[in-house]
Design a protein around this ligand. Structure first.
Ligand code: NAG
Ligand code: NAG
Ligand code: NAG
Ligand code: NAG
Ligand code: NAG
Ligand code: NAG
Ligand code: NAG
Ligand code: NAG
Length: 648
C-alpha cells in the first residue's frame, strides 16, 4: 500500500514538475525572497511548489482562488519585493479571477514591489481577465503561456489607461525543460518603456495674468519683464523638459482662483479628486496637502518677506569714542598709563636738578605725550629721556591704532537694521501692507509661534488698508516706517528701477515665509509619479533647474558700498566729540568757579582774620601806647628833668 501511494505521488510530481520548475526559475531570476500564490487547490501540487521554492531559500504561502481570504492583506508588502503567481488554467470561474484583479487594483498592487507571474493557456483570454486600470510604467507582470511542456513569457504593461493608453505585450523569453529560463528582454523597465508615444497628460497650474486673447501655452512660455506668474512659468518650463524626456504631450488646465472654503488650494484639491495628473505650479509643502497629493521634488526656492528701509539712526551714539578699542584694551592702556606716570615721577624725583618734579606735572607730561602734543619738559638726564622716549612711542602706536579703527568703522557704518523677527516688526509699530498674493492668507496659517503672533496683529489692521498693489507698495517703502510684504523677486525689479543706491543698501527684510523650496506635485499614486521623479532628478542634476531658476527669478538689487568712501562726517557723528569738548569746558568752568569761590572765601577769611588781627593789634596798641607814651613822657620828663638839673 505504501509503495502504491508513493508511486502515485511520484506520478503527480512528474506531471506538475514542469510548471513548478518554471515558477521556481522565474522567481530565482527575479531575485525575490517571498512568494505568495494562488493555486488550483491540488495539495500535491502545492506541496511540490512549496518544497521546490523553499529549497532555493524562498518563503511561500499558497491560497486557493475560492477561499474567502482578504486578498489585500495576503498580498500586502511595504519594504520587500513580493513574488505573486497565479495559475489561471484550473477550472475556476472567470468572476473569481476578475475579483482578485479588481481588488488588487483598488489597492494599487502593480508597483515595484509586486512581481506578478500569471500562467495561462490562452493569451487573449488572459488579457481579457486583467484589470489594467492602475497599470503604469513600473508595472511588473509576466504572462506565461504554456504550449505542451514549454512556456512563452510575455511582459505586460500599460502606461496609463485613463489617458487612453493601450496594453502593451512584449515577448520576454521562453522556458523549456531542457534549457530552463531564456530571457530575451534584458534591458531594464525604464529604458525600454520610456516612450509614451505622445500620450496626453493632464497638467494644471495657477495663472492670474493671462490676457484673454493669448493662448495658455503661449503665455506660459512668454518671457516678460512683468512680475506675474513666474512660478507657473518656471514649473511649466521644467515640466516641458520632462515631457521631452518621455515623449508625452500636455493637456493644459488653467486654474485662476482660490475658493474661500478651500484650505489646500485648487491645485491640490483637484489632484486629490483626480481631475488631473500633475501640477506645473510649485506649491508649499504642508501636512494637510501631503495627505491629499504627493510631492514629486522640491524645485523652486522661495521666501516672502516684509521689506522696508532702515534710515541711519539719529540717536547719538556715545560709543563712537570708545568703540575703536575693546574693553580690555582700554583697561590695559589705563593700567600702563598709571605705571608710566608712576615711573616718570620716580625718575624725575631722583633727578634733583629738575625744578618741577611733582605729581601733577608728571601726569601732564604723560597725557601730552599720548595725545601727541608739545610738552612742558626738558631734561638732560638719560634715564628720564629713555623713559620719555618709550612713552612717546607708546603714545604714537596707540594713537595710530585708534585713528585706523575710526577710519575703518566709518567705511562700514553699520546700519542699525532690525533683526529678522516678526516680533520686532510688530513691536516697531510700522505701517504694514502686503501684495495680495493668492497664497497670502495661507502663509498666515503657518502654526509657528511668531507667525501666529503676527497674524493676530495683522487682523487688527482695517481690511481696506491691508493690500497694496506692487507699485503703490514700492512707493510706500521709499517713505519711512512702511513695510511691504511680497515675494522679493516680485518687488526687486521695481526697486531696482526706482530706488537710488543708498536706499538699496538700506533695504531690510523680515521674513514671513522663511527661505525654503517648494515642490511640484502629482496626484497620489499617479501613473506618472515615477517618470516625473526620474525626469526632475535628471533635470536637477544636469543643472537645467538652476538655469531655469535664474531665468525666471530676479536677482537681488546690489548694494554698492563704495559710495561711503567719500561721504563726509555728519553732525551726528560729531556730536559725541563735541559733547566731550563741552564736558571739558563745563567741568573746567565749574572748577574755575569753584577755585575762584574758594579763593574768594579764603581771601575773605584771610582778610577777615587779618583785619581782626589788625583790630586786635590796634586795640592792644591803644592799651600799650599810652603806657609807652607815659614812659616816653616820663623819659622825656626825666631827661628834661635831667637837662634841667644839668642846666642847673
Ligand atoms: C478595474 O479596477 C478599477 C478599480 O481600480 C475599477 O474601477 C474598474 O471597474 C475595474 N475594471 C474592470 C474591467 O473590472
Ligand atoms: C483562446 O480562447 C478564446 C475563448 O476564450 C478562443 O476563442 C480562442 O480561439 C482561444 N485561442 C487559442 C489560441 O486557443
Ligand atoms: C506549440 O508547440 C508546437 C510544437 O511543439 C508548435 O508547432 C506550435 O506552433 C506551438 N504553438 C504556439 C502557439 O507557439
Ligand atoms: C511596447 O513595449 C516595448 C518595450 O517593452 C516598446 O519597445 C514598444 O515601443 C511598445 N509599444 C507601444 C505601442 O507602446
Ligand atoms: C514620440 O512618439 C511619436 C508618436 O508615437 C513618435 O512618432 C515619435 O517618433 C516619438 N519620438 C521619439 C523621440 O521617439
Ligand atoms: C466650497 O463652496 C462651494 C460653494 O460655495 C462648493 O461648491 C465647494 O464644494 C466647496 N468646497 C469645499 C472644498 O468645501
Ligand atoms: C530680535 O531682537 C529683539 C530685540 O530687539 C530680541 O528680543 C529678539 O530675541 C531678537 N530675535 C532674534 C531672532 O534675534
Ligand atoms: C519673471 O521672469 C522674467 C523672464 O525671465 C524675468 O525677466 C522677470 O524678471 C521675472 N520676474 C520676477 C519677478 O522674477
Amino acid at each position: 500500500m505504501h509503495f502504491q501511494n508513493f508511486f502515485f505521488l511520484q506520478l503527480i510530481v512528474a506531471l506538475y514538475a514542469d510548471e513548478t520548475n518554471m515558477i521556481r526559475d522565474y522567481f530565482v531570476f527575479k531575485d525575490v525572497t517571498r512568494v505568495a500564490g494562488f493555486s488550483c487547490g491540488e495539495i500535491e501540487n502545492d506541496y511540490q511548489v512549496v518544497k521546490l521554492l523553499n529549497d532555493v531559500g524562498i518563503m511561500v504561502s499558497i491560497n486557493h482562488f475560492t477561499s474567502t481570504i482578504d486578498v489585500s492583506r495576503f498580498l500586502r508588502t511595504i519594504y520587500w519585493n513580493l513574488g505573486i503567481f497565479l495559475d489561471l488554467r484550473c477550472s475556476v470561474a472567470d468572476e473569481n479571477i476578475m475579483k482578485i484583479f479588481y481588488e488588487t487594483s483598488t489597492h494599487y498592487m502593480y508597483d515595484h514591489l509586486h512581481q506578478w507571474l500569471i500562467l495561462g493557456n490562452n493569451m487573449s483570454h488572459t488579457v481579457q481577465l486583467l484589470n489594467d486600470s492602475v497599470f503604469s510604467i513600473i508595472t511588473d507582470i509576466t504572462i506565461a503561456i504554456s504550449n505542451n511542456s514549454d512556456y512563452f513569457l510575455y511582459d505586460v504593461y500599460n502606461h496609463c489607461k485613463s489617458c487612453g493608453g493601450l496594453i502593451n505585450i512584449t515577448e520576454l523569453g521562453t522556458w523549456t525543460g531542457q534549457d530552463g529560463l531564456q530571457i530575451t528582454l534584458q534591458t531594464d523597465k525604464f529604458s525600454r518603456r520610456w516612450d509614451y508615444h505622445k500620450m496626453r497628460i493632464k497638467v494644471a497650474g495657477l495663472t492670474t495674468g493671462r490676457r484673454k486673447d493669448q493662448s495658455l501655452v503661449e503665455y506660459l512660455r512668454e518671457q516678460s519683464i512683468m512680475y506675474t506668474d513666474n512660478w507657473s512659468k518656471f514649473g511649466f518650463a521644467i515640466m516641458e523638459h520632462v515631457k521631452d524626456l518621455f515623449n508625452f504631450t500636455f493637456e493644459l488646465i488653467e486654474l485662476d482662483h482660490w475658493e474661500k472654503n478651500d484650505s489646500v488650494g485648487p491645485l491640490i484639491s483637484g489632484l486629490h479628486q483626480g481631475k488631473y495628473h500633475l501640477g506645473y505650479f510649485p506649491s508649499i509643502l504642508t501636512i494637510e496637502r501631503l495627505n491629499r497629493a504627493d510631492v514629486i521634488l522640491q524645485v523652486w526656492p522661495i521666501r516672502t518677506c516684509f521689506i522696508f528701509l532702515t534710515k541711519p539712526s539719529l540717536k547719538v551714539d556715545m560709543n563712537i569714542i570708545s568703540r575703536p578699542f575693546s574693553r580690555n584694551v582700554w583697561y590695559v592702556i589705563f593700567l600702563l598709563i598709571i605705571i608710566i606716570i608712576f615711573a616718570l615721577w620716580i625718575i624725575l624725583k631722583l633727578e634733583t636738578h629738575v625744578a618741577n618734579s611733582d605729581y601733577g606735572i608728571t601726569v601732564l607730561i604723560t597725557v601730552a605725550a599720548l595725545c601727541q602734543q608739545g610738552l612742558p619738559f626738558i631734561s638732560t638726564q638719560f634715564s628720564s629721556r629713555v623713559a620719555f622716549l618709550h612713552t612717546l612711542i607708546f603714545g604714537l602706536l596707540v594713537y595710530n591704532y585708534y585713528s585706523a579703527a575710526i577710519v575703518s568703522s566709518r567705511l562700514n557704518v553699520p546700519l542699525d537694521k532690525m533683526n529678522d523677527s516678526l516680533y520686532s516688526l510688530v513691536k516697531s509699530k510700522m505701517k504694514l501692507a502686503a501684495y495680495k498674493d493668492i497664497y497670502f492668507n495661507y502663509l498666515l496659517r503657518y502654526p509657528a509661534d511668531d507667525v501666529q503672533y503676527f497674524a493676530k496683529y495683522w487682523n487688527t489692521i482695517p481690511e481696506d488698508k491691508r493690500f497694496f498693489s506692487l507699485e503703490d507698495g514700492v512707493k510706500g517703502i521709499s517713505n519711512l516706517r512702511f513695510a511691504y510684504h511680497a515675494e522679493p523677486t516680485n518687488v526687486y525689479p521695481l526697486i531696482d528701477r526706482s530706488f537710488d543706491k543708498e536706499m538699496i543698501c538700506q533695504l531690510t527684510e523680515v521674513h514671513l515665509f522663511r527661505p525654503g523650496s517648494i515642490g511640484l506635485w502629482s496626484a497620489q499614486r499617479s501613473p506618472f509619479q515615477e517618470i516625473t521623479k526620474i525626469g526632475l532628478i535628471r533635470i536637477y542634476t544636469s543643472g537645467i533647474r538652476k538655469r531655469e531658476v535664474l531665468r525666471w527669478s530676479y536677482r537681488k538689487p546690489y548694494c554698492n558700498k563704495d559710495k561711503h568712501y567719500v561721504s563726509s562726517v555728519t553732525i551726528h557723528e560729531m556730536i559725541p566729540i563735541i559733547l566731550v569738548l563741552c564736558f571739558g569746558i563745563v567741568s573746567s568752568a565749574v572748577i574755575c568757579f569753584m577755585e575762584n569761590v574758594v579763593f574768594h572765601i579764603m581771601h575773605k577769611k584771610q582778610q577777615q582774620t587779618k583785619e581782626s588781627e589788625n583790630r586786635l593789634k590796634k586795640r592792644n596798641q591803644k592799651n600799650i601806647v599810652p603806657q609807652i607814651k607815659t614812659i616816653v613822657k616820663t623819659k622825656k620828663l626825666l631827661t628834661i628833668k635831667r637837662n634841667i638839673i644839668f642846666k642847673k
